[in-house]
Structure formats: structure tokens, C-alpha cells
Design a protein around this ligand. Sequence first.
Ligand SMILES: [Fe+2]
Length: 316
Amino acid sequence: MARIIAGVASSHVPAIGAAIDNKQTEEPYWKRVFSGFETSKDWMAKTKPDVAIVVYNDHASAFSVDVIPTFALGCAAEFPPADEGWGPRPVPVIKGHPELAAHIAQSVILDEFDLTICNKMEVDHGLTVPMNLLFGSPRQWPCPVIPLAVNVVLYPPPTAHRCYMLGKAIRKAVESFPKNLRVVIFGTGGMSHQISGPRAGLINSKFDKAFLDNLSKDPKKLTRISHLEFMREAGAEGIEMVMWLIMRGALDDHVEEVYRFYTVPASNTAVGHIILENRGRTADKRAPASKAKRSTTAKPRRAAAQVAKQFVRRSK
Ligand SMILES: [Fe+2]
């Protein structure tokens, strides 16, 4: 049976992708940002998920403003990086997991969440930047990815509560998949930022840090934040944070926060990042096919737990 073992949230600032592509990561301005993800890459390398579900938003790359689905699930075998105006980012093509994606689509739609099924889709920085931050810049991505695009660019986006409940439906879908897969789910976007208008450049660290606290300990409180409150407190583009609640809804009510990072600014955006593991640990059990299999999987799990302990700290 497949299990969601952990959730990761990360901002997707496009300038972070440009800094990677232009080899500026060691410059002092960017080093401050990238250093906050070094431990996360170690965690991910040791966690070794079999599949990642990446909840992200498209920025008029795969979907024009003519057609914007509220929730769109990538069911294709691969997802090429989109040309966002400067050519596609030089990152590997994202390989999908059509079998699990189709299963999720069936389960979630029958649970009355009406996903758009995408059998062909390009993915932009909203997906590739968090991938870089958590997986680095490998020649091939280490695991297949199921993209879930959420409309947060044209009013009305889905509510925080709707996103949280979709996360629960995704978890139910994953847990009814008959193959033994360890799944990590990403929530991306945010944190506070506004890129145009009189409040351009708005950053609200107090709101962001309270959001991170509640994401970890009291996510249901976040499901009551209205669109207007998101926009007032976190800027027009701060609404992207509803995507983090899909990730959180897919986890246990009580989770273990193993890492957090927050810094301002990157470009004109607050960068937030958190890693949450399912506390029950049942999520990390493989079927005991043989003693040898158990021993080979136990080592990475123990290593991940050790790394996680080292990571419990909060950056300011
Ligand atoms: Fe964005």
C-alpha cells in the first residue's frame, strides 16, 4: 500500500531559479537563501521518496488566461519545463507516474473533487524551483513526480478549507493504491509578497511566521483564513499559500516538524520552507517481503530520523 510519509512546503520565487541557472548561488545575496535548503537536500536524499506529488501553480505557462482549471492533475508520463519567456529552464524533464496519477484522479473525483486531468502539460518555475531547492540540480530527477496545478492567479481561487479537504482526499487515494510506495507531498508558493500595485514589495513576516506555526500545530485554524485576509495580510500573491494546505491536509493531524527556514527577501518575496513528517511512522513502512528487504530499508529510515533530529531548529 502506498503511504504519504512527509510533507514539504517551499516558496517558488522565479529569481531563485534564475540564480541557479546563472550560477549565482554562491553570491552573498543568494547564499543566504540557498544555505537554508542545504539540510533539506540532505533530508530528501536520505528520505528517498518513491514518488513526489508537487502541488504548485502555473503562471500562464501551461494554461493561458483563456482556460484556467481550479485543480489540474498531471497524469502524463513526462512534463517538459515550460518556456517562460527566456527559453525553458535547463532542468531535466520531469518524469510522471501515470499509474498513481490516474488512481488519484479516479479516487478524488469520485470523492467529488472535480480535477482536470492533464495528459499533456508543461511545468514552469512554480514546480521546478521547489524541485531544485529540495533535490538540487541532478542530471535526472531522483523520483517520478505527479504535478497538481492549482489556480491562484485568477479570482476566485479555491478556499483554504477546500484545499485542506482536497489534501485529505489525496491521502485517501494514495493509501488505496495497491503498490508499496513512499510518497512525499509538496505545497509550494508564498510566502507573503505582492508584485504590483501600490503595495508592491509587501512582506509580512509576522503573518508568515504565525502561518508556519499553525501549519505545523493547528492547520485547521488556517483553513478559516479568507481570501481577503490572505490578500490584506500577505499581499495579492500571498494567496499562493492555500496550496500549502493541500499538502497539510494530506498529513496526520499531529506531525513532527523536522525543519523550518524563513528569510526575507528573495527578489521581493518572503521565502518560507518547512518539512513535516507523519508522526505515526506507519507511513514509512514497506511490506515485509523479506528480512533482507527490511534491513535495506531500515537503514535509510534510521538515517533520516537522525538527520531530522539534527535539523530541528528555526532560522530567523
Ligand atoms: Fe508564483
